[in-house]
Write a protein that binds this ligand. Structure first.
Ligand code: IMP
Length: 192
């Protein structure tokens, strides 16, 4: 938890919540655990929820590969927050899976679980497509996620109930490229 300081996008960050190094270490740890849990599965199907989980997907899939776990990558895009930092409660498919997932062992790769609304909808959707198994790996989880019954087996970090950006997470499509996760300065919201 430090001041990001710096220039460019860094200058808009009030506080770093998870550092680049913490993310890297956690992904290695998650990959080790998940590879051990899936030794019986020759080819795991990773389903990335676009766009927020794209950085996590890229790093996590390669970490699994280093553990000797073969994976295939799929992407799905569903609407969640839009331009605003509050949940709209509306879930709809913007981009569907390209392939049949029947009989596959699926791991949903999610950036952050907040209300759990997006995930609970997606898990029902994947179940209706007859996957052999579906688990979730989420890099971040907010406190409200505990209240809903969404089975997230693998979690990177429990973070405070604050709106965060970076490592794939955006505010109005900005800040996704930050290599860490942080909170924005209040004046950033005042600018929009
Ligand atoms: P949920 O349906 O409330 O669990 O929200 C999940 C989705 O909302 C995530 O996949 C993110 O895309 C987005 N989201 C939730 N919290 C944040 C945040 O703090 N910053 C940026 N996006 C967020």
């Amino acid at each position: 938890m430090s001041d990001a300081g710096g220039i460019g996008l860094d200058a808009d960050i009030e506080r770093v919540i998870v550092t680049e190094e913490q993310i890297r270490d956690k992904i290695e740890e998650l990959a080790r655990k998940i590879a051990a849990d899936y030794t019986h599965v020759p080819n795991v199907l990773l389903v990335c929820i676009l766009k927020g989980a794209v950085m996590f997907m890229a790093d996590f899939s390669r970490a699994l590969g280093r553990e000797g776990q073969a994976v295939e990558l799929e992407f799905i895009a569903i609407s969640s927050y839009g331009q605003h930092a509050t949940s709209s409660g509306v879930v709809r498919i913007l981009k569907d899976l390209d392939r049949d997932i029947a009989g596959r062992h699926v791991i949903v790769v999610e950036d952050i679980v907040d209300s759990g609304l997006t995930l609970s909808w997606l898990l029902k959707y994947l179940a209706s497509r007859s996957a052999a198994s579906v688990e979730v790996v989420a890099l971040l989880r907010k406190p409200d996620a505990i209240k809903v019954q969404v089975p997230v087996k693998y979690v990177g970090f429990d973070i405070p109930n604050e709106f965060v950006v970076g490592y794939g997470l955006d505010f109005g499509e900005h800040y996704r490229e930050l290599p860490y996760v942080g909170m924005l300065k209040p004046e950033v919201y005042a600018r929009v």
